[in-house]
Design a protein around this ligand. Structure first.
Ligand code: HEC
Length: 179
Protein backbone atom coordinates (compact mmCIF):
# COMPACT_ATOMS: atom_id res chain seq x y z
CA UNK A 1 0.00 0.00 0.00
CA UNK A 2 2.76 2.36 0.91
CA UNK A 3 4.34 2.07 -2.51
CA UNK A 4 1.02 2.63 -4.31
CA UNK A 5 0.38 5.75 -2.29
CA UNK A 6 3.91 6.95 -2.95
CA UNK A 7 3.43 6.27 -6.63
CA UNK A 8 0.17 8.23 -6.77
CA UNK A 9 1.77 11.01 -4.77
CA UNK A 10 4.73 11.30 -7.07
CA UNK A 11 2.48 11.20 -10.11
CA UNK A 12 0.55 14.16 -8.69
CA UNK A 13 3.76 16.02 -7.97
CA UNK A 14 5.06 15.21 -11.44
CA UNK A 15 1.81 16.49 -12.89
CA UNK A 16 2.24 19.80 -11.13
CA UNK A 17 5.81 20.13 -12.27
CA UNK A 18 4.89 19.36 -15.88
CA UNK A 19 1.87 21.69 -15.94
CA UNK A 20 3.87 24.45 -14.33
CA UNK A 21 6.54 24.04 -16.99
CA UNK A 22 3.95 24.05 -19.80
CA UNK A 23 2.13 27.03 -18.28
CA UNK A 24 5.35 28.98 -18.16
CA UNK A 25 5.86 28.43 -21.87
CA UNK A 26 2.32 29.26 -22.89
CA UNK A 27 1.77 32.89 -23.85
CA UNK A 28 2.56 35.81 -21.53
CA UNK A 29 0.57 38.15 -19.32
CA UNK A 30 -1.30 40.83 -21.32
CA UNK A 31 0.23 44.28 -20.98
CA UNK A 32 -1.87 47.13 -19.51
CA UNK A 33 -1.93 48.73 -23.00
CA UNK A 34 -3.33 45.54 -24.56
CA UNK A 35 -5.99 45.24 -21.86
CA UNK A 36 -6.95 48.88 -22.40
CA UNK A 37 -7.57 48.24 -26.12
CA UNK A 38 -10.09 45.50 -25.32
CA UNK A 39 -11.59 47.01 -22.18
CA UNK A 40 -14.14 49.21 -23.93
CA UNK A 41 -17.47 48.13 -22.45
CA UNK A 42 -19.83 50.86 -21.33
CA UNK A 43 -22.38 50.06 -18.66
CA UNK A 44 -25.93 51.35 -18.22
CA UNK A 45 -24.83 53.80 -15.50
CA UNK A 46 -22.15 55.23 -17.81
CA UNK A 47 -19.18 53.46 -16.21
CA UNK A 48 -16.58 52.97 -18.94
CA UNK A 49 -17.51 56.05 -20.99
CA UNK A 50 -14.42 57.92 -22.17
CA UNK A 51 -13.67 61.65 -22.03
CA UNK A 52 -14.78 63.72 -24.99
CA UNK A 53 -18.06 65.08 -26.31
CA UNK A 54 -20.07 65.64 -29.45
CA UNK A 55 -23.03 67.75 -30.57
CA UNK A 56 -26.08 66.79 -32.59
CA UNK A 57 -24.87 69.09 -35.40
CA UNK A 58 -21.45 67.39 -35.53
CA UNK A 59 -23.19 64.02 -35.41
CA UNK A 60 -25.32 64.87 -38.43
CA UNK A 61 -22.13 65.25 -40.48
CA UNK A 62 -20.66 61.99 -39.16
CA UNK A 63 -23.95 60.23 -39.83
CA UNK A 64 -24.29 61.50 -43.39
CA UNK A 65 -20.73 60.51 -44.18
CA UNK A 66 -20.49 57.13 -42.42
CA UNK A 67 -23.96 55.78 -41.67
CA UNK A 68 -26.65 57.08 -44.02
CA UNK A 69 -25.65 54.80 -46.90
CA UNK A 70 -26.89 51.79 -44.94
CA UNK A 71 -29.32 53.26 -42.40
CA UNK A 72 -30.98 55.91 -44.60
CA UNK A 73 -30.64 59.68 -44.34
CA UNK A 74 -33.40 59.84 -41.74
CA UNK A 75 -32.51 56.58 -39.97
CA UNK A 76 -35.69 54.96 -41.25
CA UNK A 77 -35.53 54.02 -44.90
CA UNK A 78 -32.09 52.48 -45.24
CA UNK A 79 -31.16 49.08 -46.62
CA UNK A 80 -30.07 47.97 -43.11
CA UNK A 81 -31.54 48.20 -39.62
CA UNK A 82 -33.93 51.02 -38.90
CA UNK A 83 -32.61 53.24 -36.08
CA UNK A 84 -35.40 55.76 -35.65
CA UNK A 85 -39.06 55.75 -34.63
CA UNK A 86 -41.35 52.93 -33.59
CA UNK A 87 -42.10 54.37 -30.15
CA UNK A 88 -45.42 53.02 -28.92
CA UNK A 89 -45.48 50.04 -31.31
CA UNK A 90 -43.81 47.39 -29.15
CA UNK A 91 -47.03 46.02 -27.69
CA UNK A 92 -48.83 46.12 -31.05
CA UNK A 93 -49.12 43.29 -33.56
CA UNK A 94 -46.42 44.97 -35.69
CA UNK A 95 -43.69 46.07 -33.26
CA UNK A 96 -40.96 48.25 -34.75
CA UNK A 97 -37.79 47.77 -32.78
CA UNK A 98 -35.28 50.61 -33.07
CA UNK A 99 -32.74 52.31 -30.85
CA UNK A 100 -35.47 54.83 -29.98
CA UNK A 101 -38.29 52.40 -29.32
CA UNK A 102 -36.57 49.33 -27.91
CA UNK A 103 -33.14 49.98 -26.40
CA UNK A 104 -33.41 50.50 -22.62
CA UNK A 105 -30.15 52.43 -22.09
CA UNK A 106 -28.69 55.32 -24.09
CA UNK A 107 -25.18 54.29 -23.08
CA UNK A 108 -25.55 51.07 -25.11
CA UNK A 109 -25.69 53.19 -28.25
CA UNK A 110 -22.22 54.58 -27.57
CA UNK A 111 -20.87 51.13 -26.68
CA UNK A 112 -22.36 49.48 -29.77
CA UNK A 113 -21.38 52.14 -32.29
CA UNK A 114 -17.85 52.33 -30.91
CA UNK A 115 -17.30 48.58 -31.11
CA UNK A 116 -19.33 47.66 -34.22
CA UNK A 117 -20.06 50.59 -36.56
CA UNK A 118 -19.65 51.64 -39.29
CA UNK A 119 -20.15 48.05 -40.32
CA UNK A 120 -17.29 47.93 -42.80
CA UNK A 121 -14.84 49.81 -40.54
CA UNK A 122 -15.61 49.28 -36.84
CA UNK A 123 -13.38 51.24 -34.49
CA UNK A 124 -12.69 53.95 -37.07
CA UNK A 125 -14.67 56.70 -35.29
CA UNK A 126 -13.03 58.82 -32.61
CA UNK A 127 -14.68 59.07 -29.19
CA UNK A 128 -15.89 62.59 -30.05
CA UNK A 129 -17.42 61.35 -33.31
CA UNK A 130 -19.08 58.48 -31.44
CA UNK A 131 -20.63 60.90 -28.91
CA UNK A 132 -21.73 63.13 -31.78
CA UNK A 133 -23.35 60.43 -33.91
CA UNK A 134 -25.05 58.98 -30.80
CA UNK A 135 -26.41 62.47 -30.08
CA UNK A 136 -27.71 62.74 -33.65
CA UNK A 137 -29.47 59.36 -33.53
CA UNK A 138 -31.05 60.25 -30.17
CA UNK A 139 -32.18 63.61 -31.58
CA UNK A 140 -33.73 61.92 -34.64
CA UNK A 141 -35.68 59.87 -32.09
CA UNK A 142 -36.83 63.01 -30.27
CA UNK A 143 -34.77 62.14 -27.19
CA UNK A 144 -32.30 65.03 -27.40
CA UNK A 145 -32.87 68.61 -28.63
CA UNK A 146 -31.34 69.74 -31.93
CA UNK A 147 -28.79 71.87 -30.07
CA UNK A 148 -28.01 68.95 -27.73
CA UNK A 149 -24.56 67.71 -26.77
CA UNK A 150 -23.38 64.50 -25.16
CA UNK A 151 -20.50 63.55 -22.92
CA UNK A 152 -19.92 60.98 -20.22
CA UNK A 153 -22.03 62.89 -17.67
CA UNK A 154 -25.04 63.65 -19.88
CA UNK A 155 -25.36 60.42 -21.90
CA UNK A 156 -26.36 58.15 -18.96
CA UNK A 157 -29.04 60.72 -18.02
CA UNK A 158 -30.94 60.32 -21.30
CA UNK A 159 -33.98 58.26 -20.35
CA UNK A 160 -34.99 55.85 -23.09
CA UNK A 161 -38.74 55.31 -23.64
CA UNK A 162 -38.43 51.55 -23.13
CA UNK A 163 -36.28 51.84 -20.00
CA UNK A 164 -38.88 50.14 -17.82
CA UNK A 165 -40.22 47.81 -20.52
CA UNK A 166 -38.04 44.83 -19.66
CA UNK A 167 -39.88 42.83 -17.04
CA UNK A 168 -38.10 39.97 -15.24
CA UNK A 169 -39.69 36.61 -16.00
CA UNK A 170 -40.95 35.40 -12.56
CA UNK A 171 -40.00 31.80 -13.35
CA UNK A 172 -36.35 32.71 -13.82
CA UNK A 173 -36.15 34.00 -10.26
CA UNK A 174 -37.01 30.61 -8.77
CA UNK A 175 -34.35 28.69 -10.69
CA UNK A 176 -31.59 27.56 -8.39
CA UNK A 177 -28.19 26.29 -9.27
CA UNK A 178 -28.57 22.51 -9.50
CA UNK A 179 -24.90 21.71 -9.85
C1 HEC B 1 -22.19 49.04 -44.67
C2 HEC B 1 -23.45 49.19 -44.01
C3 HEC B 1 -23.50 49.90 -42.67
C4 HEC B 1 -22.97 51.13 -42.33
C5 HEC B 1 -22.17 52.08 -43.21
C6 HEC B 1 -23.35 51.38 -40.97
N1 HEC B 1 -24.09 50.34 -40.48
FE1 HEC B 1 -24.99 50.22 -38.67
N2 HEC B 1 -25.66 48.37 -39.11
C7 HEC B 1 -25.41 47.69 -40.29
C8 HEC B 1 -25.89 46.33 -40.16
C9 HEC B 1 -25.79 45.26 -41.22
C10 HEC B 1 -26.44 46.23 -38.87
C11 HEC B 1 -27.01 44.98 -38.20
C12 HEC B 1 -25.84 44.27 -37.57
C13 HEC B 1 -26.23 43.06 -36.78
O1 HEC B 1 -27.41 42.85 -36.48
O2 HEC B 1 -25.31 42.29 -36.44
C14 HEC B 1 -26.30 47.53 -38.25
C15 HEC B 1 -26.76 47.83 -36.98
C16 HEC B 1 -26.65 49.06 -36.39
C17 HEC B 1 -27.23 49.43 -35.11
C18 HEC B 1 -28.07 48.52 -34.23
C19 HEC B 1 -29.51 48.55 -34.68
C20 HEC B 1 -30.40 47.69 -33.81
O3 HEC B 1 -31.45 48.18 -33.36
O4 HEC B 1 -30.06 46.53 -33.56
C21 HEC B 1 -26.86 50.71 -34.86
C22 HEC B 1 -27.22 51.55 -33.63
C23 HEC B 1 -26.04 51.16 -35.97
N3 HEC B 1 -25.94 50.14 -36.88
C24 HEC B 1 -25.47 52.40 -36.06
C25 HEC B 1 -24.63 52.79 -37.10
C26 HEC B 1 -23.92 54.05 -37.13
C27 HEC B 1 -23.98 55.12 -36.05
C28 HEC B 1 -23.21 54.07 -38.30
C29 HEC B 1 -22.26 55.13 -38.77
C30 HEC B 1 -21.20 55.50 -37.89
C31 HEC B 1 -23.50 52.83 -39.01
N4 HEC B 1 -24.36 52.08 -38.25
C32 HEC B 1 -23.00 52.51 -40.25
C33 HEC B 1 -24.84 48.21 -41.42
C34 HEC B 1 -24.19 49.42 -41.50
Amino acid sequence: MFSLRALVGSAVVAGFVVSAAVAADFGRPATPQEIELWDIDVRPDGAGLPAGSGTVAQGKRVYEESCAACHGVNGKDGIKDRLVGGQGTLASSRPIKTVGSYWPYATTLFDYVRRAMPYQAPGSLSDDETYAVSAYILSLNGLLPEDGKLDKESLPKVKMPNRDGFIPEPEFRTITNSR
